[in-house]
Design a protein. Structure first.
Length: 247
């Protein structure tokens, strides 16, 4: 299995899915088109083979499948997770020895250009796999864990609420989501650096900042559940990336 091609394709897919970050009502055709373009950027760097043509077909079919999944607004987050899982399964098959997707000479030329020209030969060999893996982790904690978190909260039947006990408006909801994203990014970085005590500092700072809002027990419980789940997911991603980097 060519892990470099797999991670490159997967990261391009995850980058394209960042467009879904604030698309709570479902994406449109423009979103589907833009999201379909990003994974295609890898095609010029792959050797033309049966696997290459199958990948091209899959990337051409994907936008229509995406719109079909997005039409299910009631279970939108579950549909988005299922589509990502389907993406992963297809990519695993295509980069397996069965189809043997390989990089071409253009990819080698880009690698030498980065090392020789941009980095001025200051490093003998750049570990692109490690860079891809860390990028993969960042993309997961920014968007994909957010989708999973919202799905889990929906499973537990916990709706977003404000400190006044009413359902939160979209602006307040987006602000909370942005705070959650920054929180997971810091947790992910601290896990990679082994600075576990700093994670407690982040959680404590968040608690102090919202201390006045915790007068409502319902709101306090919602924030606590969301924060703990968000931190747990970010730590899981961090530990996974760190473990693979060590191998």
């Amino acid at each position: 299995m060519n892990y470099m091609i797999f991670l490159t394709l997967l990261n391009l897919i995850l980058i394209s899915r960042l467009r879904l970050l604030f698309k709570d009502g479902g994406a449109n055709r423009k979103d589907a088109l833009i999201m379909a373009v990003f994974p295609c950027l890898v095609l010029p760097f792959l050797q033309i083979s049966l696997g290459w043509f199958l990948l091209l077909i899959w990337l051409a079919v994907y936008p229509w499948l995406f719109l079909l999944f997005e039409s299910r607004a009631v279970k939108l987050n579950r549909s988005r997770m299922l589509l990502l899982m389907l993406h992963v399964v297809v990519l695993v098959i295509l980069v397996s020895p069965l189809f043997n997707l390989q990089l071409n000479s253009l990819a080698d030329g880009i690698e030498h250009f980065i090392i020789d020209v941009l980095l001025l030969n200051r490093v003998e060999e750049l570990n692109f796999m490690s860079i891809q893996l860390v990028l993969f982790g960042f993309l997961l904690v920014i968007n994909e864990t957010n989708i999973l978190l919202r799905y889990l909260l929906n499973v537990f039947r916990l709706k977003p609420i404000s400190e006044k006990g009413a359902e939160t408006d979209q602006k307040e909801y987006n602000t909370g989501r942005l705070i959650g994203i920054l929180e997971r990014i810091f947790v992910f970085i601290f896990v990679l650096l082994g600075q576990y005590a700093a994670i407690g500092f982040i959680l404590a700072a968040k608690g102090v900042a919202r201390f006045q809002d915790f007068k409502s027990r319902t709101f306090a419980e919602y924030v606590l559940i969301g924060t703990l789940l968000s931190t747990l997911l970010a730590m899981a991603v961090g530990y996974f990336v760190k473990a693979v980097l060590v191998i």
